[in-house]
Design a protein around this ligand. Sequence first.
Ligand code: CMP
Length: 136
Amino acid sequence: MSSVEQTLSIIKPDAVQRNLVDAIKSKFIENKLNIKKIKKIKISKEESAEFYKVHQTKPFYDGLCAYLSSGPIVVMILEGENAIQKNREIMGATDPQKAEIGTIRREHGISIDKNSVHGSDSPDNAKKEIDFFFKS
Ligand code: CMP
């Protein structure tokens, strides 16, 4: 079944720094994901730790939090049919080396840490992550 959904996308510091924001936005638009809201921000290490707290038991958690707060990021609400799953397909696998050709991470990702984009992985997390960045 298909339905119109919203999901959260983050363009991570590695991709913002390499001027890939327009190229990544084009990928979403070409795939019929509308950018409903967008802003460029820099978050603190504490905010980063809060955002990624589902990963707090993982060995890579500290590095992950330091990384997301290391430079400007672009956060977006994407909307479209099956937006959560579609965004995950457009991003490709977490590890750029394992991502399919044509996906954002395969084309632009540098490593599993510097993998250029984040996207919500479920409806529950999409809601939480959208609220995290856009609740006024
Ligand atoms: P992201 O989709 O933002 O969600 C959590 C991030 O942790 C992931 O992308 C990766 O950039 C990062 N990460 C670092 N090491 C690993 C790992 N071994 N497995 C999964 N994610 C990792």
